[in-house]
Design a protein around this ligand. Structure first.
Ligand code: DAH
Length: 336
C-alpha cells in the first residue's frame, strides 16, 4: 500500500512539473498553480489519505508529499520569474521607438533671411575692398549720441525712440539705436585709411508693423582717407547696389539732414521696373565726428552710410510684412 502511495506521490509530482513547464503565460500559471497546489489537487488528495496508513508508513509518505509540494512550489516560482521577465521584454519591444527611422520628408535648416542678407552684404563689401567690424549692442550715451554730434539737448535725439537701461546714471546707458556708434569705436581703434562696414542689431521703442520692428539689423559704412569726396560716396553706393541687387538696378542721392554728416543725403535704389525704394542715409563725415574719433578734420575726410538689412531682405524676396520674417512660422521660413 505504501509503495503504491509513494508511486502516486511521484506521479503527482512529475505531472505537476510537466504542467508547469508547459505554461506559457502568467495567467495560465495562476490556473495551474491552483490545480497542483490547491485543496482539490492530487497532492492534497494524497495527503488526506495519510490518516489511513499505519504509523511507520505515515511518516515516510508524509515526508515524500511535503518534498513534492516544496519542489512544485519552487518550480512555480522559477517559472513565474521567467514569464515575468519575458512579459517585460515583450512590453519593451512593443513600446520601442525607432530613433533611426528615415521619414519620407527630410528637413534641412538654413540661415534666417536676415542672416542671409547680412552675409551677402558682407561678401559684397569685402569684394569692394572693405573690412568688417562689430560693436557692442549696449552703448553709452557718448557713443550713440554725443560723439555723433548730438549733444544732450540736440533735437535729433528725439527722432530715436531710445530704450534706456537702468544701469549707471539715468539715461547714460542704452540699447544702441543705430550702428553709427561703431564708426567712433573704429576711428578710435585703427589708423586711417579706413574702409569698414559694421553690421549689427539695433533697438528702438517701435510698435511692430509691416515695416518696423523694435529689434532690427543695420549695416554701417565708414570710409576715412585723404581727399575723399561725395563722388566716392555716390560711386560706392552705386557699385554696391549693382553688386547686391543686380546690374538692372540704379541708385540716387537726395538731400537730407543727419547730425553726423555734412552734407547729408538719403539714398534710394531703382528697380528695373522703374520704382524707387528708400534704403538708407549717408553723407560726408562731420568734422566734429572725426574729432570725436580722434582724427584731424584738416587732414582726413570721409563718408558714411547706414541702412536696414531686414528691409534689404524684404525687398529682395518680396516679403510684404516684415513681421512675418520674425514670427518663426516654419511654412514661411522654408520658402527661402
Ligand atoms: N544712423 C542713421 C539711422 O539709423 C542712418 C545713417 C544715416 C547712418 C546717415 C549714416 C549716415 O552713417 O551717414 O537713422
Amino acid at each position: 500500500m505504501s509503495t503504491d502511495l509513494l508511486d502516486d506521490v511521484r506521479h503527482a509530482h512529475e505531472a505537476a512539473l510537466g504542467q508547469i513547464a508547459a505554461v506559457t503565460s502568467l495567467d495560465q500559471l495562476r490556473t495551474v498553480e491552483a490545480q497542483v497546489l490547491g485543496k482539490k489537487g492530487p497532492l492534497a488528495g494524497l495527503k488526506s489519505r495519510l490518516g489511513t496508513l499505519p504509523d511507520d508508513q505515515r511518516k515516510s509518505v508524509g515526508q515524500a508529499i511535503n518534498q513534492a509540494l516544496e519542489a512544485v512550489g519552487a518550480a512555480l516560482g522559477e517559472r513565474r520569474q521567467l514569464l515575468t521577465a519575458a512579459a517585460l521584454q515583450d512590453k519593451i519591444a512593443l513600446e520601442r521607438i525607432d530613433l533611426t527611422e528615415v521619414t519620407a520628408r527630410r528637413r534641412r535648416g538654413h540661415p534666417h533671411l536676415s542672416t542671409q542678407a547680412w552675409e551677402r552684404l558682407e561678401d559684397v563689401f569685402i569684394g569692394l575692398g572693405f573690412q568688417i567690424a562689430e560693436g557692442p549692442e549696449v552703448e553709452s550715451d557718448f557713443y550713440n549720441f554725443e560723439a555723433l554730434n548730438m549733444p544732450a539737448s540736440h533735437p535729433a535725439r528725439s527722432g530715436f525712440d531710445t530704450m534706456f537701461t537702468d544701469y549707471k546714471d539715468d539715461g547714460s546707458v542704452l540699447l544702441r539705436t543705430h550702428t553709427s556708434p561703431v564708426q567712433i569705436r573704429v576711428m578710435q581703434t585703427i589708423e586711417p585709411p579706413i574702409y569698414m562696414v559694421m553690421p549689427g542689431k539695433v533697438f528702438r521703442r517701435d510698435t511692430p508693423d509691416a515695416t518696423h520692428m523694435p529689434v532690427f539689423h543695420q549695416i554701417e559704412g565708414l570710409v576715412v582717407d585723404r581727399n575723399i569726396t561725395m563722388a566716392h560716396l555716390a560711386g560706392t553706393i552705386d557699385a554696391f547696389t549693382k553688386a547686391f541687387f543686380g546690374e538692372g538696378f540704379n541708385s540716387r542721392l537726395r538731400p537730407n539732414y543727419f547730425p553726423f554728416t555734412e552734407p547729408s543725403a538719403e539714398f534710394d535704389i531703382q528697380r528695373p521696373d522703374g520704382g524707387w525704394i528708400e534704403l538708407g542715409g549717408c553723407g560726408m563725415v562731420h568734422p566734429n565726428v572725426l574729432r570725436a574719433g580722434g582724427l584731424d578734420p584738416e587732414e582726413w575726410s570721409g563718408f558714411a552710410f547706414g541702412f536696414g538689412i531686414d528691409r534689404m531682405a524684404r525687398e529682395r524676396h518680396g516679403v510684404e510684412d516684415l513681421r512675418e520674417m520674425f514670427s518663426n512660422d516654419i511654412r514661411f521660413i522654408e520658402q527661402f
